[in-house]
Ligand binder design. Structure first.
Ligand SMILES: CC/C=C\C/C=C\C/C=C\CC/C=C/CC(=O)SCCNC(=O)CCNC(=O)[C@H](O)C(C)(C)COP(=O)(O)OP(=O)(O)OC[C@H]1O[C@@H](n2cnc3c(N)ncnc32)[C@H](O)[C@@H]1OP(=O)(O)O
Length: 288
């Protein structure tokens, strides 16, 4: 069933090794992910698409396939993280949605929705160890998890409006569910990126960590909370709280995909993305 190998070890050791990166613990068929499992069947899924973990269809497909495997192997918890100490995930791969054929944009977005359905609706507890910046789709990926621990002094938020397009309605609902209507409206309309401490204040993240090691310790602490809770009861409660959004996205996946593709393909939006990319390049040039 699994096409890749999990390294089994004590969780403490596993976390320590993962944090220090002295040892490569897992081999497998993934290009952009590393998946480790400990003896308690907790998985650490590390995105490693350098330089900034931008979400192209390939990375999204790999995440989706890991999630299927974790369900099938009755995983007892998952920590989602990044190889980088600077960027958790930079959002959708802008180059993949810029000037691409509508079918390619549609595939990418539809795969993101597939990841949402599997991650947001997973039977096992999920926590994001956000070790760096998490703009746009990076924030979205964190929001799909149940709990977010973020390393200090980075930025997180839904800045889609800055790129010239709006966040689709399920994302708006997810943001409202997380930080409340007022905060969500103010944040989304301005495409606001929050610092780690601002994010904690509004509830966009649940805990702050001083570094990667502490983020992992806290993530582990979150998962340990459920050791004494019957998984079936926990899962029923989780599903009942998430059902409305899950059903909406499952039923309307095609409609949301078509809407996203039409919006991204608009000439004005492509112009905004081009300007945004120029800005990004200028920022980099000026920094050197
Ligand atoms: C309930 C929900 C249900 C259903 C809905 C489901 C889905 C939701 C649908 C939609 C919502 C999600 C949509 C999201 C849209 C997006 O995500 S668009 C992407 C937006 N991303 C950004 O705005 C981030 C842009 N990047 C940055 O700000 C910085 O790069 C970053 C802070 C991440 C890192 O800064 P730094 O370390 O200084 O690195 P550089 O800026 O120098 O970048 C390094 C190279 O990486 C390239 N790059 C950066 N970001 C991206 C990206 N997103 N895609 C592709 N490439 C990227 C950058 O160009 C540099 O490349 P170079 O070295 O110049 O070749």
């Amino acid at each position: 069933m699994s096409s890749y190998v999990y390294k089994t070890t004590r969780r403490g050791v596993l976390l320590a090794k993962t944090v220090s990166y002295q040892v490569r613990l897992c081999s497998g068929n993934f290009r952009h992910l590393e998946v480790l499992k400990d003896e308690n069947n907790v998985a650490i899924v590390t995105m490693k698409r350098a330089p900034v973990n931008s979400l192209n269809t390939e990375l999204l497909t790999e995440i989706s396939s890991v999630l299927t495997d974790l369900e099938e192997t009755k995983c007892s918890g998952m920590i989602l993280t990044s190889f980088s100490d600077k960027v958790f995930c930079s959002g959708l791969d802008i180059y993949e949605i810029f000037k691409s054929k509508p079918s390619a944009i549609g595939t990418s977005f539809s795969t993101l929705l597939e990841v949402f359905i599997k991650l947001y609706g997973s039977t096992f507890p999920t926590v994001a160890a956000i070790t760096g910046h998490a703009p746009a789709g990076g924030c979205v990926l964190g929001l799909f998890c149940e709990y977010r621990i973020m390393v200090q002094n980075f930025k997180i938020g839904l800045n889609e409006d800055q790129l010239g397009f709006n966040a689709p309605s399920p994302i708006v609902k997810l943001m409202i569910n997380t930080i409340g209507h007022r905060n969500a409206e103010l944040a989304l309309t301005s495409g606001r990126l929050f610092t780690t401490s601002q994010a904690l204040q509004v509830g966009l993240v649940d805990e702050i960590a001083k570094d990667r090691t502490e983020a992992f310790e806290k993530a582990d602490g979150f998962l340990r909370r459920f050791e004494m809770i019957p998984p079936l009861a926990r899962n029923f409660t989780k599903q009942s709280m998430r059902r409305a959004l899950l059903q909406d996205v499952t039923i309307n996946r095609e409609k949301y995909t078509e809407g996203f593709v039409s919006m991204i393909s608009l000439h004005e939006v492509q112009q905004s993305i081009a300007a945004y990319l120029d800005n990004l390049k200028n920022k980099k040039r000026n920094a050197h």
